[in-house]
Design a protein around this ligand. Structure first.
Ligand code: AAL
Length: 409
């Protein structure tokens, strides 16, 4: 997006002094424009959201076929990979936790045991499911289990994503060597590979994307590895948590490699996206598009980088899928004509109560594709029921602050 600092505008006689036209011009009109109208033509892919290929609504559908033990917190599924189509069906991989109790929370990490998880993704393995239609899924079981101590990921393997490269499949994932919460959510990235999406998966047993050196933004964690084949290389985007003064800030970085097992080189301009939580991108035209979710100054935007590195806001959206793993048919095609996405699997965390904390997988649909034209997905006059708003309730501390202000009046 281009945000030129507007020079002080003085209308000269030769300039168009008439009122802005009733029909919104499709091209930027040759007339003095306010900063907002300059941006409306310069920043987005079209002056109207319905014509912007990177604008969409998001629709959600409950998945069929996955059991959560009545939602008691002992089974969790979260952080899905991209969806791929192979062997005549769709595949998705994800973090699967099945524990004797629900998580006790990162703050209680000193009480964690080999059986008691801290966070929702502690003591997890990587499972996978397949589907004929993307709505009903059949869990196939474990793809990558936690390896024995002291291998990378012995405490938990989580938040995986898939790469297909030169006839082989690679699953990248977060490998925890201590319970999440012991010191933040620290982990590097490991990888396993297979000839077939049904496995068997061979662990590489080495850290493939290491954390940064002390003092660097990604010194403690590499989260949400998200690989593509792009620009004749492996492009792997990731998130790191940093700062922590007092709260963590989350941004996204890029590491590239010529071989899926590395070495990976971190991009010198990292972080390349200044916001977002779980990393989620897709090839679009000659570049990469990113769904930038719930953290940071530019959360709830879709961004586009023509070179995969220099991202600009391409649209502002609502209800973006969390931890989206889209179905991206051209993710590994090394394409310079990315076609976009129409659906995928994402997650809802804290699906019931904190006592029964667990996550569920869900399906999302959208029109971020150059190949479909769904005007219903392009609506931008959004309405939610009162119930939706009232769920965003004031907390106790806020209620007390308001009461105090009233009492002091
Ligand atoms: C997520 C991801 C990573 C974090 C945790 C589990 O949604 O960003 O995977 O480590 O939360």
């Amino acid at each position: 997006m281009c945000h030129p600092v507007p020079e002080e505008k003085t209308l000269v006689e030769t300039e168009d002094m008439s009122a802005f036209p009733f029909i919104l011009p499709k091209e930027k009109p040759n007339r003095p424009l306010s900063a907002a109208m300059e941006r409306n033509y310069n920043a987005y892919l079209a002056p109207r959201p319905e014509d912007n290929e990177l604008y969409s609504q998001f629709k959600y559908t409950q998945l069929k076929g996955l059991d959560y033990n009545g939602g008691d917190g002992t089974i969790s599924r979260r952080d899905p990979s991209k969806v791929i189509f192979a062997n005549g069906k769709y595949y998705v991989w994800y973090t699967h936790r099945k524990t004797i109790v629900s998580p006790i929370g990162g703050r209680n990490a000193d009480k964690a045991t080999d059986e008691i998880p801290t966070t929702d993704w502690d003591l997890a393995d990587i499972y996978y499911a397949t589907s004929e239609d993307g709505f009903t899924w059949e869990e196939q079981g474990v793809a990558v289990p936690r390896p024995p101590k002291p291998n990378v990921g012995w405490r938990s393997v989580t938040t995986t994503d898939i790469l297909f490269y030169k006839g082989k499949y690679y699953l990248y994932y977060q490998g925890f060597m201590e319970a999440s919460g012991k010191r933040g959510d620290d982990c590097p990235v490991a990888v396993s590979y297979a000839e077939d999406p049904d496995g068997p998966w061979t662990p590489h047993n080495e850290i493939v994307i290491p954390n940064g050196a002390a003092g660097e933004w990604d010194q403690y964690s590499i989260h949400d590895p998200h690989p593509f084949v792009y620009n004749d290389k492996i492009y792997l985007y990731y998130k790191s948590d940093f700062d922590g003064d007092p709260r963590l800030i989350r941004m996204q970085g890029l590491a590239t490699a010529d071989d899926p097992l590395g070495p990976f080189t971190k991009h010198p301009l990292n972080p390349v996206i200044n916001s977002g939580h779980e990393t989620s991108l897709f090839p679009f035209k000659g570049g990469m598009a990113a769904m930038v979710t719930r953290d940071g100054s530019e959360h709830h935007t879709i961004q586009y980088a023509p070179d995969g590195v220099n991202f600009e806001i391409a649209s502002i959206v609502s209800l973006l899928p969390n931890a989206a793993g889209a179905y991206i048919p051209d993710a590994f095609a090394n394409t310079d004509d990315g076609r976009g996405i129409t659906w995928g699997i994402s997650h809802f965390t804290n699906a019931t109560t904190w006592e029964n904390n667990h996550s569920i997988l869900t399906r999302f649909d959208c029109d971020l594709s150059l190949d479909i034209d769904d005007p219903d997905m392009k609506r931008h006059n959004e309405h939610y029921k009162p119930d939706f708003y009232y769920k965003q309730a004031l907390n106790q501390k806020q209620l007390e602050r308001i009461k105090k202000m009233n009492d002091e009046q």
